[in-house]
Every structure is written in C-alpha cells, then in structure tokens.
Ligand binder design. Structure first.
Ligand SMILES: Nc1ncnc2c1ncn2[C@@H]1O[C@H](COP(=O)(O)OP(=O)(O)OP(=O)(O)O)[C@@H](O)[C@H]1O
Length: 443
C-alpha cells in the first residue's frame, strides 16, 4: 500500500473520532513523507498546520496507526517541506515488504478535468488540454500554456497526464518542473550519470514540463532541455509546457527554444471572473465537505484582493478552519472577520493622493515627475492612467484633474482620458494594469 493510500485509511478512521470538517481541513492536506520501521514522517503544508497537528492531533494519529492500521508508530515527526533528496526517492515503504513502482510519472491524482472549473478565462487552454488527453498528439505539439501565478496551469497539465494514463496505462508520462529538471541534471552531472539522465528523458511519451521560464539564463539546463525537446519532438512525442509568460516575453530565453515553443499551440489562462471564482469555491467546498452557501462564496469571490486561485482556495480553508474551531457557522460575517486582511476595503475613501501614490508605486516614477510637464513615454503614460483613474473613481471635473497636474487645460486632460479608454478596449495588458491599480487603491 502506497503512502497515499495509508493516509486515506488514517483519514477514514479519524472520521470516527473527529468531525468530517475537521478531518478535511486539518488532516487531509497532510502527506506521508516516510514510513520506515517505527518512524513515520508527516508533511504539513505550512508551519501553521504543523503546529496544529502537533498540539492537537498527534496522539490520535499515533493511535490510529498503531491500533487501527497495525503500523507500529513509535516516533511521528511532522515537517513542513520535503527535502530534495526525499522528493527524488519514489519508494515509500511500509516495512520493507511494500514498494511502489519505480517509474514515477509524478502526477497528482487530485488534479483532474472533473474538478477543474471551466469558464471564459481558461476555456481555450482547457479545450486544447482535453484534445491532447484524448491522444491527439500531433495537433498541438508542443502545447504551451501561459498565465499568471496560481491560475490552474499545473492542474490542467496533470489532468492531461491522469486522463492519458487512464486510457493508455502503458504510456510513459512524466511531469517535471524546470527546477527539478535542473536539479536532476546537476546531480547526474556530478555523479557522471548523464547518459542515464538523457536516456530517461528521451524514452518518455508525454513530457509535462512546468514553469519553463525558470530555465532562462541557465545555460547548461537550457542546452540539455533543448536536446530533450528535439529528440521527443522528432519522435512525435507530446510535449506540454507551462510558463507565466508567452515565449516571446521570457527574458533571457534562448531564441532557438522560443521559436520551438511556438511551433504548436500557445494557449493562455486569464484571471477568473467573479462567477468563475464562485464556481471554483463551490466545487472545492463540495469536495472538502465544507458547508458553503453560494452567497458566501460570491462574497469571497467579489472581495478577495487576489485573483490567484490558490489563494482563493486558501481563503476557503481558513474560513472553514475558523468555523470549525469556534463552532460558528460559515457566513458572510464570519468571512469578513476571518479574511479581513485579504479582502478589498470597499469603504475606503479614495482621494487624488491615493491614486497618485498607487500609480507612482506601480510605474516606479516620482510624484514630482508625474506632476511635471515631462512628455517622455515612461512619465506621460502613467500620468494619463492617473488622470483616467481620477475621472473614473472620483467623478471630478477635467479642470480639477488639470490642476493636480500643474495646471493643464481640460482639453489635454480629456485627450489623455480618451486615449486610455480606447487603449483599454484594444490592449489586454493595459486592461490588466488598470485592474491591478484599482485593487491597489482599496488596499
Ligand atoms: N479553474 C480551476 N478549477 C478548479 N481549481 C482550480 C482552477 N484553477 C486553479 N485551481 C486550483 O488552484 C490551485 C493552483 O493551481 P495551479 O497550481 O495549477 O496554478 P499554476 O497556474 O500552475 O500556478 P503557478 O504559476 O504557481 O505554477 C490548485 O489547487 C488548483 O487545483
């Protein structure tokens, strides 16, 4: 039995002693790092969890291992992170008898298409991934998915891998982050095992390569990846890559790689809309058995500062944990109380100064420059944006705005505002910048 299965058994048994909500909130995110003789190592997502587990649940966990699962547990250690060495060790054993397969795809079984919420922000990337997961390898090769932090790139990639293995169990699917690829390469170099390293990567049928942007500037890893890429591509093997930027936008990435990344399909993932965020919260709550009313989900979706789905889910877990520990049902009031510092302060009064400060900080320009007559693009552009925000948020007159910027006349101000309005309609990037600035105004 693999460590995942063992932990599932612990969770099942724990539900006889604790409420389902507590088990899902506190014990489910724990992973088993090592099971060696009578030593058990648990991995908690962060220090907060570690402390709770140690102070609250360790005796029960020990009892379950010893009495219900008959796994001797003399020492249980809780850590917060797996060491690099442990990550590479794929065999988790319970006594010496039980071993897991040596070829590991590194796939997280929790990341499936079924639990991925599809909406306008991600339907293109989702559709492309779905097609690849059906086995249409030549259509989108490589498939390059890009988007901001925590928007579901890794989830989709794993979903492809999981679905492919379900349909074609013999396929060699490998998920690897560029960081781990680099580490593995370095240790192979040190131990003079580069032939084995190359052999491993060139035997794969489907390579899922996460965060490719981190290869930029790493010459040796880039080179090795280049050969791996070519070899797989030439043998018509599927490659999926993720990045936080488009190939063109990755600084210091070798041209020959950038051009290869664009050979197949480039699909983006945008930040989710309020509706999508609500749906993600509802789905996750259902999976975790958290009693979440749609009104509360909508409130969180509308008011959380971050668009990062990881943080969205984090907020749900925090709320659920608070609710179970204090015996208060989940409500909008409770969300306001527990998530206070993560929420947009809508009642904050916005002034000219707030806008000037936020714009100066974002564009890294001095206030004196913003108010000056300088027309260089790096100053004029933020100035126009500040004018646009003042008109939008403060509903003030063009003359008032002109006054703030050193007595400019109203037609100059109008021209600036119109120009930004037009650009917002055409330029996705500017739309994003405005969204970020608007959020920052309420922080
Ligand atoms: N559309 C979605 N539906 C359901 N869950 C989602 C969705 N998007 C993201 N998530 C969840 O949000 C969390 C973060 O997603 P993921 O790790 O895939 O993001 P990422 O884009 O790869 O982030 P990073 O840039 O940090 O690598 C995961 O728990 C994932 O399951």
């Amino acid at each position: 039995m693999g460590s995942e299965k063992i932990w599932e058994e612990v969770l099942k048994e724990a539900k006889n002693h604790l409420s389902e909500q507590i088990v899902n909130t506190w014990l489910k995110p724990i992973k088993v790092g090592e099971l060696r003789g009578d030593f058990i190592q648990l991995i908690a997502p962060n220090k907060f969890y570690k402390n709770w587990i140690e102070t609250k649940y360790l005796p029960l966990i020990k009892k379950i291992f010893n009495e219900s699962l008959s796994i001797e547990a003399q020492t249980i250690q809780v850590i917060t992170k797996l060491s690099e060495k442990q990550k590479k060790t794929v065999t988790h054993t319970v006594s010496s008898a039980v071993t897991v397969d040596v070829f590991t795809s590194n796939l997280n079984k929790q990341y499936t298409f079924d639990n991925f919420v599809v909406g306008n922000s991600n339907n293109f990337a989702h559709a492309a991934c779905l097609a690849v997961s059906e086995g249409y390898f030549h259509t989108y090769n490589p498939l390059f998915i890009y988007g901001g932090v925590g928007l579901g790139k890794t989830h989709l990639m794993h979903a492809v891998g999981n679905k492919l293995l379900e349909k074609f169990p013999k396929l060699k699917v490998l998920y690897i982050s560029s960081e781990n690829f680099t580490n593995e390469m370095i240790s192979s170099l040190k131990s003079k095992k580069m032939d084995e390293f190359r052999e491993k990567y060139r035997k794969i049928d489907v390579l899922l390569f996460d965060d490719v942007q981190f290869l930029a500037g790493k010459q040796r890893s880039t080179e090795e990846f280049f050969y791996t890429f070519n070899s797989l591509y030439d043998s018509q093997k599927q490659i999926i890559l993720t990045s936080d930027k488009t190939p063109d936008e990755i600084p210091e990435m070798e041209e020959r790689l950038k051009s290869r990344f664009a050979w197949g399909l480039i699909a983006d993932i945008q930040p989710p809309s309020v509706e999508e965020k609500t749906a993600i919260l509802m789905k996750r709550a259902e999976q975790m058995n958290i009693p979440l009313d749609e009104k509360v989900a909508l409130f969180i979706a509308e008011n959380l500062k971050s668009d990062n789905v990881r943080e969205l889910i984090g907020a749900l877990i925090r709320l659920s944990a608070y609710s179970s520990f204090n015996g208060e049902p989940i409500s909008i009031e409770l969300a306001k109380k527990t998530l206070d510092k993560f929420l947009i302060k809508k009642d904050k009064i916005i002034t000219f100064d707030t806008i000037l400060k936020v714009v100066c900080e974002y564009f890294n320009v001095k206030l004196s420059e913003l108010k000056s007559k300088k027309r260089t693009k790096s100053i004029a552009y933020p100035r126009q944006i500040a004018m646009y925000l003042m008109r939008e948020k403060l509903n003030c007159s063009l003359n008032e705005i002109g006054e703030i910027f050193g007595g400019r006349d109203h037609s100059t101000v109008l021209h600036s505002i119109n120009s930004i309005e037009k650009k917002i309609k055409k330029e996705k990037e500017l739309k994003e910048i405005i969204k970020i600035l608007e959020k920052a105004l309420y922080e």
